[in-house]
Design a binder for this molecule. Structure first.
Ligand code: GTP
Ligand code: MG
Length: 355
């Protein structure tokens, strides 16, 4: 598994439409709020041209891409934290996700009511922000009593964690997301177990009608309010229709999906890279890794034993491998490097682990 992304947003904004377009799974999509109650979970292959090129050189029996898991959950409404709509319980379903994808409705359509009456992306962003913050506040407040009891033991880590949670409570109460609190790495590792939602990176998806260049005034305003956040705009209804067509039909009609761009954008907000293994020519496989991780972390991904048993790695960039047209030729040219356990893996590295 690569990583997972939770889809959130108000009801009737197109979350399940997106989920269906991505995963091609038949899920409930309907023009009324709260169509989704139980979460939909699906995995999507990460499109990867480098992987295809490497496979052309290595000609393995098997080619395995990396995957993203998407979780489509129920719609959130204003006041969900004090029980409006379906409440906020289902937000716990995305606790384990690595990132959040928030769908915002920017398409207007009669017969598909917007729960807030009228399209206003900036307002919707604020509503969801508040609900995510309130969910985190709930989590923090639940955790505090236990830590307060344990404080008496004088355990340093407990005291640190307690103070940190108190700081979080204060900031969350003041409507600040965890990600905006400038926490250090140590702080993040102390609160990891709570899987706070606003500590996760967030990508906004503006569900527009037609092309991004359409000039309706709210889109212009929206783009202004979007200027300092990560977003991508897509027409999800169109994407859903495209996902039902064959490759041939799409080419004939000259239609192009932007879902690949969305997947890449998810990768980017998480600061991930891809490396490849060739398993002695048997299987070419893509793996997801945190940027700046060293080769031991990569080894661990490939096999839980590999970290302990690691002796050295053989590394070549995917471009060089493709240029050399065969692993043996790359070796002859001296392009395959031997690297030790300090080596920091780069995006596009092809690695053979020697154990
Ligand atoms: N015109 C248009 N309709 C859309 C678009 N995206 C979604 N819809 C329609 O909007 C309605 C709601 O879409 P869903 O995907 O079910 O929305 P949701 O966010 O999952 O809603 P809940 O599960 O109720 O929270 C459906 O009738 C969709 O066909 C779009 O880009 N354009
Ligand atoms: Mg839905």
């Amino acid at each position: 598994m690569g990583f997972s992304v939770g889809i959130v947003g108000l009801p009737n904004v197109g979350k399940s439409t997106l989920f269906k377009a991505l995963t091609k799974k038949e899920v409930g999509i309907a023009p009324f709020p709260f169509t989704t109650i139980d979460p939909n979970v699906g995995v999507v292959e990460v499109p990867d041209q480098k992987l295809e090129k490497i496979a052309e050189v290595i000609r393995p029996k098997k080619v395995t891409p990396t995957f993203i898991e998407f979780i489509d959950i129920a719609g959130l409404v204003r006041g969900a934290h004090h029980g409006e709509g379906l409440g906020n319980q289902f937000l716990a379903q995305i606790r384990e996700c690595d990132a959040i994808l928030e769908v915002i409705r920017a398409f207007e359509k009669e017969g598909i009511p917007h729960v807030e009456k009228g399209i206003n992306p900036a307002r919707d962003i604020e509503i969801v922000k508040t609900e995510l913050i309130m969910k985190d506040l709930e989590t923090v407040e639940k955790a505090l009593p236990k830590l307060e009891k344990e404080e008496k033991t004088g355990d340093k880590k407990t005291i640190k964690k307690l103070n940190l949670l108190k700081m979080l409570r204060e900031n969350l109460s003041a409507q600040k997301q965890v990600l905006k609190m400038n926490l250090g790495t140590e702080d993040f590792s102390l609160i990891k177990e709570f899987q706070l939602l606003t500590a996760k990176p967030i990508l906004y998806l503006l569900n527009i009608r037609g092309d991004d260049t359409s000039q309706s005034s709210f889109l212009k305003e929206t783009r202004e309010s979007f200027s300092n956040i990560n977003y991508i705009s897509l027409d999800l209804k169109f994407e859903e229709e495209l996902s039902e067509m064959s490759e041939k039909e799409k080419i004939e009609l000259g239609l192009l999906s932007k879902l690949d761009q969305l997947i890449v954008a998810c990768y980017n907000i998480l600061d991930l890279i891809t490396f490849y293994t060739v398993a002695g020519g048997n299987e070419v496989r893509a793996w997801t890794l945190e940027a700046s991780a060293n080769i031991l972390r990569a080894a661990e991904k490939v096999h839980s034993d590999f970290k302990e048993k690691f002796i050295r790695g053989e590394q070549i960039s995917w471009e060089k491998l493709v240029e050399s047209s065969a692993w043996t030729k790359a070796r002859e040219k001296g392009w395959i490097q031997t690297v030790g356990k300090e080596y920091v893996v780069r995006n596009g590295d092809v690695i053979e682990f020697k154990i």
